[in-house]
Design a protein around this ligand. Structure first.
Ligand code: 13P
Length: 250
């Protein structure tokens, strides 16, 4: 059965004390059965936060593509593993936009992360002009073709995809549930074509972009939407709790 996930992405927000307090509050209520909760936190918080909760997994928000070496200021996958991270978010549009990350590099990062035993949350999604020109499917297809569709089948089984249309990130403008469903079905179809029916069926695809308590239930009710990658609303215990509770138990 396909895994359901609610993941938060704290981006460059929060410090260690905030994180510990947040996790202590959030773990007072169990998530619906079968729903995994992951928090993408700043590097410096990973070690401390990975010890707080039994059911919240901790994700890093980036890693370096090399195992080790003279790369001052960078963080390797083995450092993340040893700090307690179980996942790493890769390919986020903010890293693509502000740090010039491109699919070939993201593929290198995915490969080394998977080799180290980290699971990958791979982000894709189109900018507004591609959506308006109705070329959004072709755009996302080319992102996937240059990255995850080049993985082996075994690697692919350790990947979660997050579809995050750039025009919906931090804008308050969410994709409608049918826009999300259509793109998720399209992504699943591409994965099935490359890796076969069962890998595609088992793939968890999250929606991200202004997810909040007011829209999460409808988004998550779509057959190909298996949860969310939540930015701003994951920084408030109450709204993140509500989003988690809006998932149907499996
Ligand atoms: P918002 O939920 O703040 O729009 O951010 C989405 C996101 O970028 C999650 O990775």
């Amino acid at each position: 059965m396909r895994k359901k996930i609610i993941a938060g992405n704290w981006k460059m927000n929060s410090d260690i004390d905030f994180g510990v307090d947040f996790l202590q509050k959030i773990t007072q209520i169990q998530p619906p059965s079968g729903v995994e909760v992951i928090l993408g936190v700043p590097f410096i918080s990973i070690y401390e936060l990975s010890k707080v909760s039994d059911f919240v997994s901790i994700a890093a928000q980036n890693c370096h593509q090399k195992e080790s070496g003279a790369f001052t200021g960078e963080i390797s996958v083995n450092m993340l593993k040893s700090a307690g991270a179980s996942h790493v978010i890769l390919g986020h549009s903010e890293r693509r936009q502000y740090f010039n990350e491109f699919d070939e590099l993201i593929l290198e990062k995915m490969s080394i992360a998977l080799k180290a035993g980290l699971k990958v949350i791979y982000c894709c999604g189109e900018p507004l002009d591609q959506r308006e020109a109705e070329t959004h499917e072709a755009f996302v297809k080319s992102q996937l073709s240059d990255s995850i569709l080049k993985l082996s089948e075994d690697q692919m089984k350790q990947v979660v995809i997050a579809y995050e249309p750039i025009w919906a990130i931090g804008t308050g403008k969410t994709a409608s549930s049918s826009q999300a469903q259509d793109m998720h079905a399209f992504i699943r179809h591409l994965v099935k074509e490359e890796f076969g029916q069962s890998v595609g069926e088992e793939l968890t695809i999250l929606y991200g972009g202004s997810v909040k308590p007011a829209n999460s239930e409808e988004l998550f009710a779509q057959p190909d939407v298996d949860g969310g990658l939540v930015g701003g609303a994951s920084l408030k215990t109450e709204s993140f709790q509500q989003i988690i509770q809006s998932m149907k138990p499996v």
